[in-house]
Design a protein around this ligand. Structure first.
Ligand code: COA
Length: 694
């Protein structure tokens, strides 16, 4: 079976890519396209050609597995396919019935014209894999849509809806039947002898580039693109697409692609891409276990978490009841939802219509009786076991018998919550991250009696909500927060020993974390952090630093009170000498002589506890695989995706080196530096995580 089929329709050759699941441009596809294009060129009865795809997709681009193989790609390359298109004497039209991403869009942009189904989406997402387009995408996109659109779309990697693609000039027509429209367009163009239009030669959109555009854009992405390779190379390439002849711009783009492809950042992001997909697979739960359809949902509690969760459902088109007993609290929650949507519209991230449609899906409810229609109920009330048990008892009686009852607890025992119901097999944890409508992680937690179907449903729910779902076992803190406990504790030990909040946060932010640990504490609330800590069991030979308690006692609760580990003016954080005085007093009380701590030590002291606890979590089966932990940390905890997550980072560093460092630090820093048994076992043989099962 050929992966590119060839047929003719009234004098137009139709080349259809059929390479499931996503029509990736493997060698066979490239060869099939070249063959089809040659056949169309040589057939006197054919006046034009159309390129399209099956599987509700044009093509999702280069085959990531093929790039990953590290082997030189076998000819024909994508550039060879494109050279055939650009050399053609007959019109060639791309019909985009579904997704056209990366190399898929690059092929489409090489064609003379493009038709597009209204539901299709296009984009150049290479940046998300630490790459830049490598087949003229930056040149052709820029020349068709102009540099402003190109900069935004290609450095962000977002998928562009069809209507927008038409508006900016990436496609030429929208049609329900994009293939029929493309056939017609090709035939007409041939009949009219219309000049064949090549994107590379289009000059209109680059004629009057606003002076200073590129310098300004580079300034704007300084924070977002910090430490990364690809975004900067993309800006360079788009600038070249405006300022240089096509050949020179293509050469610059190619050099950028090769540099990125060979970089550790691409490897790390590729790891995350595959880890996110692997995380969906639960051993023992095969395709025969069908997830329950989630057609409607309910959320209990209209606080920050509850409203964010309700918005997640609404954004995915799922009607959701937001339940809160007190009318004023319910009104506050709804006001928060409205203001979030208003903000998105103002920022331009959501159209007014889409915001209104989502808002209309969120309906308030004040009692439990209204919940009977929900397929899933997510509880997001205060983090207190008794309260949650009480809520689950009520939910059990009010919800439909088949409904799943989920808790958003971030650390409580799922089984204890399930015990309050008559349906423990339908009880599960769905731990969202704040703000829930923005953060991409969904940490699902398996109770001892959660049924395979319940688990399959919440894993599928992650996908429906556009989130990366990971399954965790039921333990104190699950995956993410359990690991965080040691990371947070270590940051305070470093403060006691001589570091400052500024230094610690700078080191971690330079490493690539979105925020350093103390800035995160201030954001989440130091009182909340302290409360969680008090609920934790500490190993007998361990202690907490008193710093957090003292910070809270001084009324420095974090951003919400305008001061915590920093002082805040608006959202900008400012060093506060009072904090240093407080920390120095703790050092004095503990009899510690403050010293200057090298940045490298800070990095080691904070990353190793994450890895070590991660290894225990894998060993205990709380996480199914090390890659799942990376997915959790990258999507929920601000770990830089281009470093692959803590477990990937450790493997790249060498597990034996990780163990060595821990042993070096153990004599001074105590029992918590004892390497986890799994780490020791693997380090002893020089193996990586994959060897753990052997
Ligand atoms: N090359 C190879 N395999 C790919 C692929 C690609 N470009 N894109 C997707 N796949 C695989 C996935 O690994 C997955 O495999 P699995 O089922 O064995 O886990 C399968 O195709 C389906 O992809 P998935 O992401 O689960 O489906 P989706 O419907 O949620 O999303 C896409 C589809 C195309 C939007 C998404 O897969 C995507 O963004 N792919 C990457 C596109 C890209 O970056 N292209 C440029 C490459 S340089």
């Amino acid at each position: 079976m050929s992966v590119v089929s060839y047929r003719t329709a009234g004098g137009v050759a139709v080349l259809t890519i059929d390479n499931p699941p996503v029509n990736a441009l493997s060698h066979a596809v490239r060869a099939g396209l070249v063959e089809g294009l040659e056949r169309a060129a040589g057939d006197a009865a054919v006046v034009a050609a159309v390129l399209c795809g099956t599987n509700a997709c044009f093509s999702a681009g280069a085959d990531i597995e093929e790039i990953a193989s590290g082997l030189a790609l076998q000819a024909p390359l994508l550039a060879d396919v494109q050279a055939r298109i650009e050399a053609a004497r007959k019109p060639i039209v791309a019909a985009l019935e579904g997704t056209a991403l990366g190399g898929g869009l690059e092929i489409a942009l090489t064609c003379h014209w493009r038709t597009c189904a209204p539901t299709a989406r296009v984009g150049l997402p290479e940046v998300k894999l630490g790459l830049i387009p490598g087949a003229g995408g930056t040149l052709r996109f820029t020349r068709l849509a102009g540099p402003e659109s190109a900069l935004e779309a290609i450095t962000g990697g977002a998928q562009i809806p069809a209507a927008r693609a038409l508006e900016v000039g990436l496609v030429d027509a929208l049609a329900e039947d994009a293939v029929a429209a493309a056939i017609e367009l090709g035939r007409q163009a041939a009949a009219d002898g219309r000049p064949l239009r090549l994107a590379r030669d289009c000059g209109d959109r680059i004629r009057s580039v606003r002076p200073g555009l590129f310098a300004e854009f580079r300034r704007n992405i300084t924070r977002r693109a910090r430490g990364q390779l690809a975004p900067w190379r993309i800006v360079d390439s788009i600038e070249a697409a405006c300022m240089q002849p096509p050949e020179a711009a293509l050469a610059l783009e190619r050099a950028g692609f090769v540099a990125c492809r060979d970089s550790p950042q691409h490897q790390a992001l590729r790891h995350v891409f595959f880890a996110e997909r692997e995380a969906r697979r639960i051993p023992g739960i095969g395709a025969e276990v069908k997830p329950l359809p989630v057609r409607s949902a309910a959320v209990i509690g209209a606080g920050t978490m509850g409203t964010g969760i309700a918005m997640s459902f609404a954004n995915a088109g799922i009607p959701v009841l937001l339940r809160e007993a007190a009318p004023d609290a319910l009104e506050r929650g709804l006001a928060q939802v409205r203001s979030q949507y208003d903000g998105s519209v103002k920022r331009g991230s959501l159209t007014r219509e889409r915001a209104a449609a989502a808002l209309a899906l969120i309906r308030p409810a004040s009692d439990y009786a209204a919940l009977g229609s929900a397929d899933i109920v997510v509880e997001a009330v205060f983090e207190d076991l008794r309260l949650k048990q009480e809520v689950f008892g009520l939910l059990d009686r009010a919800a439909a018998p088949a409904a799943i009852l989920a808790t958003n607890t971030s650390s409580l025992d799922i089984d204890a919550i399930a015990a309050a119901t008559s349906r423990p097999e339908q009880v599960v944890g769905t731990h969202f991250f704040s703000p829930a409508h923005v953060m991409k992680l969904l940490e699902n937690v398996r109770g001892s009696r959660s049924s395979p179907q319940t688990l399959a449903t919440v894993m599928a729910l992650g996908r429906t909500l556009g989130k990366a779902a990971v399954l965790a076992g039921n333990c104190d803190g699950f995956i993410g927060n359990r690991m965080l406990m040691f990371y947070g504790a270590e940051a305070e030990f470093l403060l006691e020993e001589g570091a400052t909040p500024e230094q610690i946060d700078r080191v971690m932010e330079d490493f690539g974390f979105a925020m350093g640990p103390l800035a995160v504490r201030d954001l989440a609330g130091n009182d909340v952090g302290l409360l969680i800590r008090k609920g934790r069991k500490l190993p007998a030979d361990e202690r907490w630093s008193p710093i957090l308690e003292r910070v809270v006692a001084a009324g420095r609760l974090g951003q919400k009170t305008g001061k915590g580990f920093y002082r805040y003016e608006g959202r900008s954080r400012i060093s506060d000498p009072e904090v240093l005085t407080l920390i120095e007093a703790v050092s004095r009380d503990l009899g510690l002589k403050r010293r200057s701590i090298p940045d490298q030590e800070i990095l080691e002291r904070l990353l190793h506890p994450l890895v070590n606890e991660g290894a225990r979590i894998v060993d205990e089966g709380i996480a199914l695989r090390p890659g799942d932990i990376d997915v959790v940390y990258v999507n929920g905890y601000g770990f830089p995706a281009y470093k692959g997550g803590p477990m990937y980072w450790a493997e790249q560093a060498g597990l034996e080196r990780v163990v060595e460092t821990m042993r070096r630090l153990a004599p001074t820093h105590g029992a918590r530096w004892r390497p986890a048994p799994l780490l020791e076992r693997l380090a002893a043989t020089g193996a990586g995580w994959d060897a753990r099962a052997r």
